[in-house]
Design a protein around this ligand. Structure first.
Ligand code: NDP
Length: 333
């Protein structure tokens, strides 16, 4: 697969270039807002071509797929242009700033018969798959509740648009709650129906929230409690799933790396659960390549991206208005 990177981003630099190359993908060009930055990024990562002209990049017949990792407000025009040019799309989360924009991107790809995936990496993780396996195999009985905690300290090199630019899609809710939504949907196999929430600026947010807590109700009757923050240096991340026959305690698994621990507690005692430690992003690229080759779906589809965004938007709306909000998935099923 020959790729173009749309966005000279930290995530491309830190994880995705390596993941694409490990899956034998070739990165043929990179696009940035300025030719100088694109050229430097290309030189740093041994990418042959670079530039700032989206039309030119998408007119390159070599390019079969694009990976979009610009700031969130740019995802919509860039994805629509890529689809129009006949390229498959792997887009970063949150797909867009609004539900309608995210739906438009996904529908455009569907109409053109192109693969569209969302880079929700956590469902590619061996730890999350192990937790899901415990749930689906009935080890904890009927699920009563899920507690997600993803309150971390945003590293200084990421303290830019995320904390001060609502226009670029900043704020912890579009940044992290959207991942929590995808995790809940992946683990429980159902979509939140209503949410209540509160949000705050607790030290970093300048015009956007840097912390949020919310409670979601699921169709089965299970409840989800979710906590995200940019300001917690020592809280760690994790999740707990509680069922009628057992509880799962997973620490440090809401991460970009295959780390953490999982413990199952039932009437028989405590058990440490082993899990696969493959690279999360590489697994996402592997599934994307397979989907383009006609073998199955990407790990997180465009519809997954739309639905997880819908939950995050509902959380922000509920927190802003101080009311219980029904999640609006539009006509997406
Ligand atoms: P960055 O801030 O590193 O990059 C976003 C854009 O900002 C880049 O495309 C670039 O624009 C511009 N930029 C970055 N650094 C500089 C700089 N030094 N000078 C000038 N411009 C700069 O963002 P992230 O990589 O953290 O996030 C990008 C996207 O990926 C977001 O949508 C985010 O939500 C998502 N993300 C997803 C993760 C996941 O695990 N799925 C993890 C982290 C982020 P240009 O390309 O125009 O030069």
């Amino acid at each position: 697969m020959r790729w173009a990177l749309i966005g000279a981003s930290t995530i491309a630099h830190q994880y995705m270039i390596g993941a694409i190359r490990a899956e034998r993908g070739e990165i043929v060009r990179v696009l940035s807002a300025t030719p100088e930055r694109a050229g430097q990024f290309a030189a740093d990562h041994q990418i042959q071509q670079s530039g700032s002209d989206l039309g030119e990049a998408l007119a390159d017949p070599q390019v079969e797929a694009v990976y979009i990792s610009t700031t969130n407000e740019k995802h919509l025009p860039q994805a629509l242009a890529a689809v129009q040019a006949g390229k498959h799309v792997l887009c970063e989360k949150p797909l867009a700033l609004t539900l309608d924009d995210a739906v438009a991107m996904v529908r455009a790809a569907e109409k053109s018969g192109l693969v569209f995936a969302t880079n929700h990496h956590l469902r590619c993780s061996g730890s999350h798959r192990a937790v899901r396996g415990l749930i689906t195999s009935g080890r904890i009985g009927r699920v009563l509740s899920l507690r997600l905690h993803h309150a971390v300290y945003l590293p200084p090199h990421l303290q830019g648009w995320r904390i001060n630019s609502p226009g670029a899609g900043g704020g912890v809710i579009p940044d992290i709650t959207v991942h929590g939504a995808d995790v809940a949907r992946f683990l429980l196999g159902e979509d939140p129906v209503t949410v209540v929430a509160q949000m705050a600026s607790s030290g970093l947010g300048e015009g956007v929230e840097d912390s949020a807590m919310s409670v979601w109700s699921m169709p089965s009757g299970a409840m989800v409690m979710s906590h995200e923050s940019f300001t917690h240096p020592f809280a760690g991340s994790g999740l707990e799933v509680h069922g009628t026959e057992g509880s799962i305690f997973a620490r440090d698994i809401m991460t970009q790396n295959p780390i953490g621990s999982i413990e199952l507690v039932t009437a028989s005692g405590r058990e440490t659960i082993a899990f696969d430690t493959h690279d999360l992003y590489q697994e996402g690229v592997r599934r994307f390549h397979a989907a383009v080759a006609g073998d199955g779906d990407p790990a997180a589809t465009g519809v997954d991206g739309v639905k997880s965004l819908a939950v995050a938007l509902a959380v922000r709306d509920a927190a802003a208005r101080g009311v219980r909000v029904a999640v609006n998935y539009g006509d997406v099923r």
